[in-house]
Design a protein around this ligand. Structure first.
Ligand code: SAH
Length: 394
């Protein structure tokens, strides 16, 4: 165990308990001490990965509370016809009312409470999924922990927002720290929170945060890691494992708003990022300029298709970072990567099972996993993030 891990493994002695634990279903590890949670995650990852490479001690949080920088709530009415906000009970569209949460940013929860009050005084209708009647559906809040900037996204069923200016004014009077307010229109009978269309009601329409010395613009629909404290450690480790010298051509696949590639660009010759979400790519391009980084290019495409094209054009790469969604990467991606023959691959994963599946395929394609580094980005939940570093067999 390295000293940094030892320090981080210090566990809060006084555990806090959640009044909604049984109903909410968001935290599978409620009622289990944090120390025990880390052990369970370690065991899970070891069980899957130890046959491939050494699994290092999990990097836990010093204080595993209020770490989520992104908070979502759905609005509904209870039996007494009072406005409630909360989460869908797992697998249903029944709303469990939640006023405060042990893992969510506390400021975000305060803002949600204020919005509920304002909805009452503005006589705003809550959207009813059954009758498809009403206006306000969801609220999404993102906060830059390093900058203090806060985005509030109000998801409405229709585009016409009565007294929108007064509503925003009243909200900002209670919470002047809100830096942007967006109306997102989602009129569809869908389980997706956000719709296509957006109107900026106040501010710039995005927030910024700082990670590893770079400033990042984050839009409402772009992916951004939800635990910035742990993410900094995760990215630092991932980039250190790549052992960049300044001469490398680097690919950052599934790059989101460009975080890993932009941070790594300072230690590489050039970086190519690829990402499917067009809003995230726009943010990534903006972020390169924002940080005055010139050796980076971003492409909006499916990562596997992009890798096939690169390989077909006889392009090479020295290091590939990949950070796919829970479903993992694809054999097509790994086949093309192997054709480009980078000497190092750094795989960042939020799902141990798809990671293990992909590592098995990487081995077939000439890559040896050298080590697996678990990070607890999601205390109280059953999720765990991992980095696996692979090197090409000679
Ligand atoms: N590396 C980034 C984002 C990781 S999350 C970060 O650390 O913030 C995974 C990202 O993969 C998301 O931004 C998602 O939009 C993107 N994605 C999902 N499917 C994809 C695909 N087929 N091709 C490229 N990107 C994809």
């Amino acid at each position: 165990m390295n000293t940094q891990n030892k320090k981080q493994n210090v566990v809060e002695k006084k555990q806090q308990s959640c009044p909604y634990a049984k109903k909410c279903g968001g935290c599978q590890y409620q009622g289990i001490s944090y120390e025990e949670q880390l052990k369970k995650k370690q065991k899970w990852v070891s069980g899957l990965m130890k046959k491939h490479c050494p699994v290092y001690p999990i990097f836990g949080m010093e204080s595993p509370y209020f770490y989520r920088n992104k908070v979502h709530a759905v609005f509904d009415r209870d039996r007494k016809n009072q406005i409630i906000s909360g989460v869908y009970k797992e697998g249903t569209h029944f709303v469990v009312p939640i006023d405060r949460c042990l893992i969510e940013d506390q400021k975000a929860d305060e803002i949600i409470a204020t919005v509920k009050e304002l909805m009452k005084s503005f006589k705003m209708k809550v959207y009813d999924e059954d009758t498809q009647y009403g206006f306000m559906r969801h609220i999404l809040i993102k906060r830059g922990f390093a900058t203090g900037q806060i985005m509030v996204v109000l998801v409405t069923a229709s585009p016409v927002f009565p007294s929108k200016n007064n509503f925003v004014k009243a909200l900002r009077k209670v919470h002047p720290e809100i830096t942007t307010v967006i109306q997102n229109v989602n009129g569809r009978g869908t389980s997706m929170v956000l719709g296509e269309k957006e109107h900026i009601l106040y501010g710039k329409g995005y927030i910024e945060d700082v990670l590893c010395g770079c400033t990042f613009r984050i839009s409402s629909k772009s992916f951004y890691q939800i635990n910035p404290i742990q993410t900094e450690h995760l990215y630092e480790k991932a980039i250190a494992l790549a052992k960049l010298s300044g001469k490398e051509k680097v690919i950052d696949a599934y790059c989101g708003i460009g975080t890993i590639g932009l941070i790594a660009s300072k230690k590489a010759k050039e970086v190519i990022g690829v990402e499917l979400n067009k809003d995230a790519v726009k943010d990534a391009i903006f972020n390169a300029k924002r940080n005055d980084i010139k050796n980076v290019r971003f492409y909006c495409e499916d990562a596997s298709k992009f890798m096939v094209k690169m390989a077909e054009h006889g392009e090479s790469a020295d290091v590939v970072f990949l950070d796919p969604p829970r479903s993992g990467s694809t054999e097509t991606f790994i086949d093309s990567l192997a054709m480009m023959a980078p000497k190092k691959v750094v795989y960042i994963s939020c799902h141990p099972e798809t990671l293990e599946r992909d590592i098995r395929y990487f081995k077939k394609k000439g890559y040896n996993p050298e080590g697996c580094y678990p990070f607890d980005l999601f205390p109280w939940t059953g999720h765990v993030e991992n980095i696996v570093v692979l090197t090409r067999r000679k």
